[in-house]
Design a protein around this ligand. Structure first.
Ligand code: NAP
Length: 436
C-alpha cells in the first residue's frame, strides 16, 4: 500500500486524487488535507455565486471523496499544524494543491488606502470565506472601479451591479446580499491597461453583461482597431471582441440605473483620497511594438470610493519548499518540486486556466508519481495513522468526511431566498455545528 497526502481540496487536489486512485488501482490511500472543515477551495470560495453551473463540477469530486481509499482531513493547516518535512516522513509522496489565494499587488502609491481591496478578498467576502467575513467593503459611494481585464474582474463588476432578485438561486452569503442590496454604486469602471484585443475575458462571461437587470455595459468604439483586425484573433477571442463591439453599438438603457464602463488603455498610476480611496489617477497608454502597455504621458482621474484590484494571484510560500518569487508559485519542474514532493494546479502553473485545466495537470503529475513509485509496491510509512497521532500530540483536532457533510446539511437547511445554501462564514460556525 502507498500513502499519499494531497494538500488542498480544490479542483487541482481532487483531480490529482482521482488520478492517483486510477493509477494505483486500489493500492493507495489518499488523504486530502485542508485547512478548513469543508472542501472544494476555489469552487466554494472563488467561483461566482451566480455561476452555479460551474460549481456543479463538485459532484464529480464528491464521488472521489466517497470512494474507497480516499479520506478528507479538514481543519489542518500544513506549514503551521504540521510541516511539509513531517508529511514527507509520514507519506510516500506529498502533493501541494494549495492554489493561489493571495492577491498580486499593483505596487502603486495609495494602494493601501481604505477602500482598495484585492479581488481575492472581495470574492472571498461575497462567497463566505472565513478570512474575509468582516471585510465590509465601502458600498456607500456612487463610483467603484475594478482594475484588470480578466474574468475575475468581470465577476467582481457583475456582482457589484446585480439586484437582489438577480441573486435568486445563487449561494451568495447573506451578509454580502444585504450589503449589496443597500449599495449606492451606480458607475463601475473596469480599467484595462491595454486594449479590447488584449482582454482576458471569455465570451460567455462577457455576454452576461448584455442581460443585466439594472446595468448597461458602456464601451467606446474609438478604443478598437478596424474591424478587419479581428480576423487575426483566435476564435474565442474574436467572439469576445464581437460582443464588446455589440456593446459599442447598443445605447445605454435609460431604464437601467447603473453603468458598467470599460476604460481601455488606462494604466493606474496612483490612488488618492483623504484618508481613504476617492480616485485613481490613470495614464492613457498605447501598445508598444511587443504589445505591452506604454504610457503616453496623458493622465486623468477616475472617481472611485471602492477599488477592487483584480490583476492575478500568488501562492503563499511554505517553509522548506522551494519557491519561485517571480512566478508566485512553487519552484517546480513539470510538477516536481523535490524528492517525493510535487505541486499541481495554480501552485504549480500560476493562476491561469479554467477549472478543467486542472484535470490534465493532476493526471500528468499522478503519472509522474506512478513512474517514480511503481504501483503495486509498498512502503512502511504510516500515512493517516501517523498524521493523526502527530496532530493529537499537538492538540489539533482534525475533521473528517462525516463532519463536512454535517456542516453542509446544516447550511442547506438554513438556506433562504431560494439559495442552495446559507453558507457559514466563520471557522467557529463550522466547528460549532460539530459541537466543538
Ligand atoms: P487573468 O485572466 O490573468 O487577468 C488578469 C488581468 O490583470 C489582465 O487583464 C492583466 O492585463 C491585468 N493586469 C495584470 N497586472 C496588471 C497591472 N499591474 N496593472 C493593470 N492591470 C494588470 O487573471 P484573473 O482574472 O485573476 O483570472 C484567473 C484565471 O481564472 C483565468 O484563467 C480566468 O480565465 C479564470 N477564471 C475563469 C472564470 C470563468 O470561466 N467564469 C471566472 C473567473 C476566473 P495584461 O493582460 O495587460 O497583463
Amino acid at each position: 500500500m502507498r500513502h499519499f497526502a494531497v494538500v488542498g481540496s480544490g479542483p487541482a487536489g481532487f483531480y490529482t486524487a482521482e488520478a492517483l486512485q486510477k493509477a494505483f488501482e486500489g493500492h493507495a490511500r489518499i488523504d486530502i488535507i485542508d485547512r478548513y472543515a469543508v472542501p472544494y477551495g476555489l469552487i466554494r470560495f472563488g467561483v461566482a455565486p451566480d455561476h452555479q453551473s460551474l460549481k456543479a463540477v463538485s459532484k464529480r469530486y464528491d464521488k472521489v471523496a466517497e470512494s474507497e481509499g480516499v479520506d478528507f482531513i479538514g481543519n489542518v493547516t500544513v506549514g503551521r499544524d504540521v510541516s511539509v518535512a513531517e508529511l514527507l516522513d509520514l507519506y510516500d509522496a506529498v502533493i501541494l494543491a494549495i492554489g493561489a489565494p493571495h492577491d498580486r499587488k499593483l505596487g502603486i502609491p495609495g494602494e493601501d488606502l481604505p477602500g482598495v481591496i484585492g479581488s481575492a478578498e472581495f470574492v472571498g467576502w461575497y462567497n463566505g470565506h472565513p478570512e474575509f467575513a468582516d471585510l465590509d467593503p465601502p458600498l456607500g459611494g456612487t463610483h467603484a472601479a475594478v482594475i484588470g481585464n480578466g474574468n475575475v474582474a468581470l465577476d467582481c463588476a457583475r456582482i457589484l451591479s446585480k439586484t437582489r432578485a438577480e441573486f435568486e438561486g445563487s449561494d451568495i452569503v447573506g451578509h454580502a446580499l444585504d450589503a449589496l442590496d443597500q449599495s449606492a454604486i451606480r458607475t463601475i469602471t473596469i480599467l484595462g491597461r491595454r486594449g479590447p484585443h488584449q482582454i482576458a475575458m471569455t465570451p460567455k462571461e462577457l455576454g452576461e453583461l448584455g442581460h443585466l437587470e439594472a446595468a448597461s455595459p458602456i464601451v467606446d468604439g474609438a478604443d478598437f482597431p478596424p474591424v478587419e483586425a479581428d480576423d487575426a484573433l483566435e476564435p474565442g477571442q474574436r467572439k469576445s471582441i464581437t460582443i464588446l463591439r455589440e456593446f459599442v453599438a447598443t445605447p445605454a438603457d435609460p431604464a437601467k440605473p447603473k453603468r458598467m464602463v470599460f476604460d481601455f488603455f488606462a494604466k493606474p498610476l496612483r490612488i488618492e483620497g483623504d484618508g481613504k480611496a476617492e480616485r485613481i489617477v490613470v495614464e492613457r497608454t498605447e501598445l508598444d511594438e511587443k504589445g505591452a502597455a506604454r504610457g503616453t504621458g496623458e493622465t486623468y482621474e477616475v472617481p472611485a470610493s471602492l477599488i477592487v484590484t483584480s490583476i492575478g494571484y500568488s501562492t503563499p510560500p511554505i517553509d522548506g519548499v522551494a519557491y519561485d518569487e517571480r512566478g508566485g508559485k512553487f519552484l517546480n519542474d513539470g510538477g516536481k518540486i523535490g524528492d517525493r514532493l510535487f505541486a499541481v494546479g495554480w501552485a504549480r502553473r500560476g493562476p491561469t486556466g479554467t477549472i478543467g485545466t486542472n484535470r490534465p495537470d493532476g493526471y500528468e503529475v499522478a503519472d509522474r508519481i506512478a513512474a517514480e513509485l511503481p504501483p503495486g509496491g509498498s512502503s512502511d510509512r504510516p500515512g493517516a495513522q501517523g498524521l493523526k497521532a502527530l496532530l493529537d500530540s499537538r492538540d489539533v483536532l482534525p475533521t473528517d468526511y462525516d463532519d463536512w457533510r454535517k456542516i453542509e446539511e446544516t447550511e442547506t437547511a438554513n438556506a433562504r431566498l431560494g439559495s442552495p445554501r446559507e453558507k457559514f462564514v466563520r471557522v467557529e460556525h463550522w466547528l460549532g455545528t460539530l459541537g466543538r
